[in-house]
Design a protein around this ligand. Structure first.
Ligand code: C2E
Ligand code: CA
Ligand code: CA
Length: 510
């Protein structure tokens, strides 16, 4: 009894000092999170303030509508404010008729997109990336009301709002977002899945109802504190004991999504879904894109957008993709062996292009399931195509294996077709952002036609993605696009449902 009491007493000051240092670590982290939110808010204020000022100046020139004078003023402003991509004029019927790049012929309708009216009568609205001939994939961010209901808009990439921030300023699990009227404009870092175990701070920008929120995990806040415990030796063994308790406690609460992600493979929480790919020439299902799904025991189905970025950062993407390739063999082996014309597309991340491991993984998975590697198609995004030898080596090695390579999400990044030409690619996937404008406005649909034409000149076959309507399908087919996928045909399906789909789809004409 006495021994227990003495031990307890001896621990008291230690526990006290631990509690104190713990508290100050949290306080410091909170101050840091607040500081980041404040700094970003200041930057966002600067961008929005100059946008607002420019819009007020331009209102004068816009009174006569889309004149050469207005276009010249747009250009001058865009040149003076390097941060702005450009300016545009939206007429009373909601058509974007000219931008700082010139007149749009024909104009692009954008007004039926999400609109929110501010009390003073000016408007702030957000569009999904609008593809016009001059501004592919740029979001239109803030607009200014003119008297007759027409508007001038500012075009700039929302990422700009966070461009001054180093991505890891709040540690691996940090997250910063900028919103306007509650709508997210831009975000950086790992999106927190739960409010618990995170520190966060929100700052009002003071313009256009913009807000900045910064978030960091508690485990990041305590990392310095934990290190100190082990180095400064005041508490020695006792600290160790307390730490054991603390770590057990943290482990019990599953402190971060990073940990959960690590366990997910072992716990078999991942599934591969398959989105059918249709050959438009004979309307047959000729393959599928493998898309990962995380069935989280508590959170339910977590969309890949939430965890792929994290898996890329932590390197978990490598074993994850290895697992996907094996799973593809398991799910689709029989079909692939039976039909040599069938292919499965697998997404690769930039990390796959730093070594030849992915080639070995593909070869091994194909061999284990007796699949011809020619039936595997690897999708690379523009981000993955770095102009260096290592990247070319991986693509060449995949080609030697017999597999094909596609550039994914083409048009959403900054690379040009000329850049793409430097790599041995087989397919180009036209992004949904372009496909979805087909049949709505001729100017943007024209952009799809331009991409299709150029891809053909480069000898690339084309897969259109995000096909949702019959009109889009017909347009693409008539422009010589051979392959397509999208909700018009089918959503990504669990393996068994996909096999069922393919069987039925290809039986229908027979
Ligand atoms: P992605 O490679 O561009 O995949 C296409 C995404 O568009 C999929 O979302 C798919 O479900 C969705 N989609 C397909 N057709 C339509 C359509 O007609 N309309 C609309 N609105 N959406 C459509 P998902 O599965 O949520 O995947 C999102 C992204 O996550 C993928 O974009 C890809 O970048 C990444 N991802 C998914 N699985 C993997 C994977 O296994 N490895 C890697 N590295 N990335 C993956
Ligand atoms: Ca893809
Ligand atoms: Ca894509």
């Amino acid at each position: 009894m006495f021994a227990v009491g003495a031990g307890f007493l001896a621990l008291l000051p230690i526990v006290g000092s631990l509690a104190y240092t713990y508290r100050s670590a949290i306080d410091r982290a909170e101050a840091k999170v607040e500081e980041v939110a404040r700094q970003v808010a200041e930057h966002v204020h600067g961008v929005l303030w100059s946008a607002e000022g420019a819009l007020a100046d331009l209102a004068y020139f816009a009174r006569a509508g889309c004149t050469p004078d207005l276009i010249r003023e747009f250009r001058n402003k865009a040149a003076a404010l390097y941060a702005m991509r450009g300016f545009g004029y939206v007429d009373a019927d909601g058509y974007l008729t000219c931008t700082s790049f010139g007149k749009l012929a024909p104009p692009v309708k954008i007004r039926d997109l999400e609109v929110t009216i501010k009390p003073e009568g000016s408007l702030v609205w957000f569009t999904p990336p609008v593809a016009t001939e001059f501004t592919p994939g740029v979001s239109i961010v803030a607009l200014h009301n003119l008297r007759d209901g027409s508007l001038i808009d500012v075009l700039f990439p929302p990422e700009l709002l966070l461009s001054t921030l180093p991505p890891d300023v709040l540690g691996d699990d940090g997250f910063v977002r900028v919103t306007m009227l509650g709508i997210e404009l831009s975000a950086l870092g790992t999106r927190p899945l739960s409010a618990e175990d995170t520190l966060s701070a929100t700052t009002d920008v003071g313009l256009f109802d913009a807000q900045v929120t910064a978030t960091a995990t508690r485990s990041w806040a305590l990392s310095g504190w934990r290190q100190n415990l082990t180095v400064n030796g005041i508490v020695g063994i006792f600290a160790g004991l307390v730490l054991v308790g603390g770590v057990a406690h943290l482990a019990g609460r599953r402190s971060s999504i990073t940990d959960e992600l690590k366990d997910a493979v072992a716990n078999q929480e991942f599934e591969v879904h398959y989105q059918p790919v249709i050959d438009l020439r004979d309307d047959r299902c000729v393959g599928a894109e493998a898309l990962i799904r995380w069935r989280h025991p508590e959170r339910g189905l977590v969309p890949p957008d939430l965890f792929i970025a994290l898996a890329e950062e932590t390197g978990a993407i490598i074993p994850m993709t290895r697992w996907i390739m094996r799973q593809v063999g398991e799910d689709m082996g029989e079909l692939l062996r039976a039909d040599g014309g069938f292919h499965i597309a697998i997404n690769l991340a930039p990390a796959h292009f730093t070594s030849l491991d992915v080639v070995a993984d593909a070869q091994e998975a194909a061999k284990a399931h007796d699949i011809d590697p020619a039936q595997l198609l690897f999708e690379v995004t523009e981000r993955g195509l770095v102009d260096d030898q290592g990247c070319r080596d991986v693509i060449d090695a995949l080609g030697e294996l017999g597999s094909e390579v596609a550039i994914d999400d083409f048009g959403t990044g900054y690379s040009s077709l000329a850049y793409v030409e430097k790599f041995k690619l087989d397919y180009l996937k036209i992004d949904k952002a372009f496909v979805s404008t087909i049949g709505t406005e001729a100017a943007s649909a024209g952009l799809s036609a331009i991409i299709i034409d150029m891809a053909r000149q480069l000898g690339l076959r084309i897969i259109a993605e995000g096909v949702e309507t019959e009109a889009q399908m017909t347009y693409l087919r008539d422009h010589g696009v051979t392959n397509a996928q999208g909700y018009y045909f089918a959503k990504p399906l669990p393996a068994a449902d996909f096999l069922d789909f393919a069987r039925r789809y290809n039986a229908k004409g027979d």
